[in-house]
Ligand binder design. Sequence first.
Ligand code: HEM
Length: 404
Amino acid sequence: MLFRSWAQVADDRWPDVARVADHVGVEHLVVTRHALVRQVLTDAVTFRPDNALDAVTPMPVTALRMLAGHRFRLPPTLANNSGASHPAIRTVVADALHPTKVAAQRPWLTALVRGRVARLAAALDAGEPVDLYAELAADLPLLVLARLVDLPDAPVGAVKEFARAALELFWAPLDADRQLALAAEVGRFHRVLRDFAATGDGLAARLRAAGQPPDVVVGALFFLLVAGQETTSQFLTLLLHRLAGEHAVRAGLRAGEIAAADVVEEGLRLEPPIVTWRRVAAVDTTLGGTPVPAGTSIVLWLARAGRDPATVDAPDDFRPGQRGSRRHLAFGAGAHRCVGDVLARMEAAVVVDEAAPLLDGVTVVREPWCPDNLTFRMPDAFVVRRAGRPDPAAPRFTTARVPH
Ligand code: HEM
């Protein structure tokens, strides 16, 4: 269950908390109810975020040596930082992602998405299949992030490969050979980040000026590049896929009766790209009546919490604006709540506004496939074509396909 939990979100046999052993025999306490997930997220004294970036498959010595060779270190920085340095680091990052700076990017992003949608619409009209992940969603969040935060000058494809490798290395069940290959990929790019952290402008310079040590600057850039942009491109893909089957919602959007922002909230509630997030019990405690010894790994089932009948009227239905729609925990809660939420919401609203019409009259050629992962969905593709067009002999793709 742990590594494909999105497939079981609607299974009502889950208790409020459940002990589940993972593939290497480590027991986790899986928390399924909205109120309990929220309780854990907002009580940073009893439940700490220190294990947020721990590898779920322990790394063999070969992979550790590979990472050490690249001087890879992930000290407590943002999501995994329960220490005194967290608020100051968070303030600098939050300033780079301030709502007014995000809003200023909207016209630029709208024009970019509109241009892409026009090209994709022409391809669909010509009977071609289009991959809405590769050709629309994959690189958008990174392109926007690069306008808000100075980043190393690296090809988009290289950043995406690094980010996906990191999500796999830290959150997937793996064998030793795969871990070594991923460690090589992650270590290589981490070195690029380390060089940039020492000299780069913008966020890196502000963190240095605030007295943050080099490892923290690297850690902040690492987290932004890995979780910050990858999550959003995953979400855009999952949301478009969901909307392809939500005909009434698209009709409401077309008629101006449903707002894109409300569609985004239902999407975050029902199709969150981050399905679980971890905490660790700092002291012996109880949760929902279950004893929790200090050191227990707590897996917070964010995707399930979004469907809790105690918080939302029609938990499994996509009904923009319904009561409880915005009470999801897709961005976490408490001191570590996502600082990129305004940015992610803006990007998703632009994509819904501009790209939802592309889905009218299409059939799905290829559903998104998601690999086993504790936390991230990581859809690999979402291919559609106009219904009624002849089947192409072989899948062809339009231009500007982003490698991933
Ligand atoms: C749909 C897209 C996104 C989702 C679902 C998401 C979700 C999350 C979640 C679940 C957490 C952990 C919260 C907690 O521990 O309570 C988090 C933290 C964080 N996210 Fe996001 N995120 C998204 C997009 C972004 C973006 C676009 C950025 C920045 C570019 C970003 C930056 C961060 C940072 C820096 C943290 C750590 C905050 C801290 O520890 O103080 N996220 N996000």
